[in-house]
Design a protein around this ligand. Structure first.
Ligand code: PMP
Length: 469
């Protein structure tokens, strides 16, 4: 991974942009930075968000662009009013921005979808023949193929052997498509997409990359890498929920049945039959998510404006700090497919000996204000391979992460491994919730959603002392 000195990192930004000490503080401004959250031991603490791989916070630049658009809210692709023209222009601007972010080739099409899952399901309706995929995939890049009898290649002990196994499968029996993740949402390990593209093409297949985890961390140039299709989600790329994209070659998409049938996807409808539009309109029936598309495009634009070397240096420094911190805690085991491979995004999954993973995650949140994810991460076959219990805890980093986040996690885990939690937690049947849970949700939510956990009113142990920081 590229590393930078502090002075290089500072000078790496475009004019007017200063980049801070590598890994130390966030690389961009985020909505909700500085959020304080309640902890069961009393009071509040600065929220440590180590759950970027699930959904990342929104960039300030994205929120500003959305705020600019909302007063002009009006119909899209119809309506003669000025605001309608703005919304239509904004939606098509978003498509262009997404194409340029992805490095789409001439003639590639951008279909705006709800998310990566939606994008890959759309591609599954269009793939013109058998599909090959790995067993380590997120369900979004596994189930759309499984329901169409996709062929599974098992990841091997090394990345090199895995690539050879993919090549052997493609060479042995023709396939139309190789579908691979760009980066694992469990181990953070990256796959060499340009090399895999060459292999797929050598054997007459196309390649689709699940970019959900890759694109928030690495620049991708589809045309240069030979990637035929790329799917990704806005909510992992520092935009709010609701929009994603499938970018790729037009011919399959134009030949596929319309993904949704309805207004906007047609040239002419007669009761006897319909002339469907070409892509992207063909697959975007109904009123589209203009705000979501603009937010996604604004995120693409902002992320692309950050120097790739500074982003890699920031994340690399934090990932090393996180890995070193976890390595020093007895009983913490990290999950890796290919421990010898260095190319990883800032995603680390681990277990703590003697402590069930849901309890670890609840403890981190309840006592330390640290947000992580636990479970099987929508990658059940991979977790079954890597974790004896079939589950893990995942800490994931992004542009808003800072050294103190990593240090707080390491300190909290060291305390857990050393003397266990300070609070009590209900048992496995209830999913290890703090007992009691005195943390209140915001007022406007309390009536509808009730307390943070269903055990909020139970009796439990008195708080020993509040955490700091
Ligand atoms: N692929 C990978 C590698 C992911 O991590 C995720 C989300 N966890 C997805 C696909 C699915 O993304 P979405 O939920 O936005 O459709």
């Amino acid at each position: 991974m590229t590393t930078l000195t502090v002075s290089q990192a500072r000078s790496a930004g475009p004019a007017g942009q200063q980049f801070p000490a590598v890994g130390g503080v966030p690389l961009a401004e985020f909505v909700g930075a500085g959020l304080r959250v309640p902890v069961v031991l009393g009071g509040t603490t600065r929220y440590v968000n180590l759950d970027y791989a699930a959904s990342a916070p929104a960039l300030r630049a994205v929120a500003d662009r959305v705020a600019e658009l909302l007063p002009l809210y009006s119909s899209v692709h119809r309506g003669a009013g000025y605001a309608s023209a703005v919304c239509t222009g904004a939606y098509e601007w978003a498509r262009d921005e997404i194409a340029s972010f992805a490095g789409a080739g001439d003639g590639d099409v951008v279909v705006i979808t709800r998310n990566t899952t939606d994008a890959l399901n759309l591609l599954a309706t269009a793939a013109a023949g058998p599909v090959v995929h790995l067993d380590i995939e997120h369900h979004a890049n596994l189930l759309p193929w499984q329901v169409r009898q996709g062929r599974v290649v098992m990841a091997r002990a090394t990345l090199g052997e895995t690539i050879d196994a993919i090549e052997a499968e493609l060479a042995g029996r023709p396939a139309a498509l190789l579908a691979v993740t760009g980066a694992s949402n469990v181990t953070g390990e990256c796959l060499p997409v340009a090399e895999l593209a060459r292999i797929a093409h050598r054997h007459g297949a196309r390649i689709a990359v699940d970019g959900a985890q890759l694109v928030p961390h690495r620049r991708i140039d589809m045309a240069a890498a030979g990637v035929d299709y790329l799917a990704f989600s806005g909510h992992k790329l520092y935009a709010p929920f609701g929009a994603g994209a499938l970018v790729g070659r037009r011919d399959w998409l134009d030949a596929a049945p319309p993904y949704l049938a309805g207004g906007g996807a047609v040239h002419q409808v007669r009761l006897a039959g319909t002339d469907w539009a070409g892509s992207p309109a063909r697959h975007e029936a109904g009123t589209p998510n203009v705000v979501g598309a603009v937010a996604l495009a604004a995120a693409c634009r902002h992320v692309a404006s950050l120097p790739a070397r500074a982003v890699a240096a920031h994340e690399g420094a934090l990932l090393r700090r996180l890995s070193d911190g976890l390595d020093q805690i007895g009983g913490v085991r990290t999950l890796r497919l290919w421990p010898d491979e260095a190319d990883r995004i800032g995603v680390v999954s681990f277990t703590v000996d003697g402590w069930p993973t849901p309890l670890v995650a609840q403890y981190l949140s309840a006592e330390h204000g640290i947000g992580v994810r636990d479970g099987r991460f929508c990658a059940h076959p991979l977790l079954a391979r890597l974790s004896p219990a079939g589950t893990a805890v995942r800490a994931s980093l992004g542009l808003g992460s800072r050294a103190d986040d990593v240090d707080r996690l390491a300190a909290a885990l060291a305390a857990l491994a050393g003397h266990g939690p300070a609070w009590t937690y209900a048992g496995a049947e209830q999913g290890y919730v703090p007992l009691p849970d005195p943390r209140a949700l915001p007022d406007w939510l309390t009536a509808a959603a009730g307390p943070v956990s269903p055990c909020a009113s139970g009796s439990g142990q008195a708080p020993p002392s509040p955490p700091t920081g």
